[in-house]
Design a protein around this ligand. Structure first.
Ligand code: ATP
Ligand code: MG
Length: 429
């Protein structure tokens, strides 16, 4: 991604050495937050915190809000590569719509023109200049400035103008104390700042769907924790390493993720011996949900999130989904419910979880899987199994035995046992 962020090398000394002007920094455009009216300040504060958290290992980061929809992040004295790293991280912060690498220049026409003309060197095709003033006292109006810069670029480089559909765009934003000059940007995540909409708990398998479901809800402003059921002691720990790696990748989008791992094998065996074989999968999923609900209570999470998609597998028929909802009081959010597998995989690729999800593991759900799965599970039958088992107490017991991890994408948390293992290293490789 960083490759697309390169901009023409412009030594700071040549473009106005005073007060660090000429430096490369990151300019972000915000989306929905701008529409938030009287709540906007709250959203901005949350976003600023999230931004700071996502670069907290990078030293002296300066952040400033410019008007309603623009944030500038800079690090005095940083190399271009370091600034590109900051931009890369900003493209994963929820609430940011565009990320641009920009040159911060003196607010004077010659300095702006110098950088603007040089930024457009070695291009192909047509171009346009877009100018904006946040300081209306600047000597030219936006359209005069755009016209002036356009004429200078034609003079210097000879490109044709296309205002509607240009191949290259030069942006100039004139601010109160300085101006910003930049060309292309990279798209951000959009959505709302993580944490703005409350807390949720994601039921996280090692599969393709649940990470995508998590990303979608983080993007709508939830801060989420993760709960994974492993088939231990009857399966190997591979699914835990996968869940761990997946959460660490998703941590880029919210920072501060927690993963809870429940060894589920023995409970699965108990379920099997107290119920009808065809009901095993739905009964297991209900026990997972009850366990999640008990944990959500401790974590103050207000909803559960799963990667269910209607009809994708036999446990996801409408009747079975209704039977799952019956297991808990908390709302279950299913952001993938109407999506095709191919669409989900496309999204998984985009959020960089697909490669991890496709690693081999032994899912706890495939263990003890019956030959036939009930597609129309009856709620009274499921409740009866749970009474025999005392499912609520079992759920509490499972939560009490959960292991807790903090898979940070910054890698600065104390490494857990899972993190240090050779197999985890293999997953990372
Ligand atoms: P995924 O790709 O997310 O594993 P799936 O298509 O394999 O989903 P199921 O195995 O039926 O579908 O699971 C549906 C949902 O149930 C998952 O998206 C997840 O939210 C939850 N789930 C399934 N297995 C586990 C597990 N081992 N630990 C935690 N949650 C699970
Ligand atoms: Mg699965």
């Amino acid at each position: 991604m960083s490759a697309s962020l390169e901009s023409a090398p412009l030594p700071a000394a040549e473009v106005g050495a005073d007060a660090g002007l000429g430096e490369l920094c990151v300019l972000m455009k915000l989306g929905e937050i701008v529409l938030k009216g009287s709540n906007r300040k709250l959203f901005e504060r949350r976003l600023h915190n999230n931004i700071r958290n996502s670069v907290r290992d990078l030293g002296d980061i300066r952040l400033s809000q410019r008007g309603a929809g623009v944030i500038i992040v800079r690090k005095p004295g940083a190399s271009d590569l370091e600034v590109a790293e900051i931009a890369d991280r900003m493209s994963d912060v929820m609430g940011v719509v565009w990320v641009h690498l920009v040159r911060r220049v003196r607010k004077d026409l010659d300095a702006i023109t110098d950088i603007g003309v040089r930024s457009m060197a070695d291009r192909e095709g047509t171009f346009a200049v877009r100018a904006r003033r946040r300081d209306k006292r600047f000597e030219m109006t936006s359209s005069e400035l755009a016209g002036y810069l356009g004429a200078r670029i034609i003079e210097e480089h000879g490109y044709a103008v296309d205002l509607k559909n240009p191949d290259n765009t030069l942006h100039v934003e004139v601010d109160k104390d300085e101006a910003f000059v930049f060309t292309e940007g990279i798209p951000g995540q959009g959505g709302l700042p993580a944490g703005m909409s409350g807390r949720g708990l994601v039921l996280m398998s090692g599969g393709i769907d649940s990470p995508v479901a998590a990303h979608r809800m983080i993007r709508r402003g939830l801060k989420v924790d993760f709960l994974h059921f492993s088939g231990m002691p009857f399966t190997g720990p591979e699914s835990i390493y996968k869940a761990y790696s997946l959460v660490r990748q998703l941590d880029r989008f919210q920072v501060g993720s927690r993963l809870f791992v429940v060894p589920f094998g023995k409970a699965q065996q108990q379920l099997k011996s107290s119920g009808n074989e065809r009901l095993q999968i739905v009964a297991q999923r209900r026990l997972m949900l009850k366990t999640a609900e008990a944990l959500a209570d401790d974590l103050k999470a207000e909803c559960l999130i799963t990667g269910d998609a209607l009809g994708q597998v036999s446990s996801q028929t409408m009747t079975n989904i209704t039977a799952l909802d019956d297991a808990v009081d908390l709302p279950i959010l299913r952001p993938l419910i109407g999506m095709d597998k191919a669409e989900i995989m496309g999204e998984a690729r985009k959020i960089r979880t697909l490669g991890i999800s496709e690693l081999p593991d032994e899912d706890c759900c495939t263990m003890l899987t019956p030959r036939q799965v009930e597609t129309a599970a009856k709620i009274p039958d499921l409740r009866q199994i749970e009474r025999r088992l005392d499912a609520e107490e079992l759920a509490e017991h499972l939560v009490a035995n959960a292991q807790r991890h903090k898979p940070s994408f910054l890698g600065d948390e104390a490494p857990s046992r899972v993190e240090q293992s050779p197999a985890a290293a293999a997953v990372r490789a």
